[in-house]
Design a protein around this ligand. Structure first.
Ligand code: HEM
Length: 146
């Protein structure tokens, strides 16, 4: 994957503007509410009984931040996202048995949450860069599945 200077700077600028804790918590909570089958992977997260419980669940919030930290690592290694995520892909496939279709769902929710946070500064150009980045992330996370 090739990245232009514009894409690199747009992505860094975007990531510097968002609150990882907020975006991570909102994105993971919404994912668990809107796509309830994703709850099955978080059996030890305690009460995911309804939307309010999910929104208030501290483990969901903590894990949302973990996901965002993962994205931060990918953004720091734009030229080798695949290599950066090799272990993470093995973990999700072989240990966690996460259906890789769910990566796309979470990535799209992250895009929606970022859009709602950035408002007018979430231009079409910014959206295109974020979606390109998340597509590469989703592909890299799915690489070790076989
Ligand atoms: C763990 C990133 C999508 C389920 C993790 C970890 C990271 C991560 C960084 C921690 C790994 C470690 O502890 O070494 C991501 C990223 C995603 C993504 C960047 C996509 C944008 C998903 C999806 C699911 C999922 C869609 C399930 C629907 C899990 C589970 C764990 C985990 C169950 C272990 C949680 C725990 O028990 O602490 N993920 N993940 N991930 N991920 Fe993902």
């Amino acid at each position: 994957v090739e990245w232009t200077d514009f894409e690199r700077s747009t992505l860094q600028n975007l990531l510097s503007k968002i609150d990882y804790e907020f975006v991570g918590q909102q994105a993971l909570a919404r994912c668990l509410v809107v796509y309830p089958w994703t709850q099955r992977y978080f059996g030890d997260f305690g009460n995911l009984y309804n939307a309010a419980a999910i929104q208030g669940n501290a483990k969901v919030a903590a894990h949302g931040l973990t996901v965002m930290r993962g994205l931060e690592q990918a953004a720091k290694n734009l030229d080798d996202i695949k290599g950066t995520f090799t272990e993470l892909s093995v973990l999700h496939s072989e240990k966690l048995n996460v259906d890789p279709g769910n990566f796309r769902l979470l990535a799209d929710i992250i895009t929606i949450v970022v859009a709602s946070v950035l408002g007018a500064s979430f231009t079409a150009e910014v959206q295109a860069v974020l979606q390109k980045f998340l597509s590469v992330v989703v592909s890299a996370l799915g690489k070790q599945y076989h």
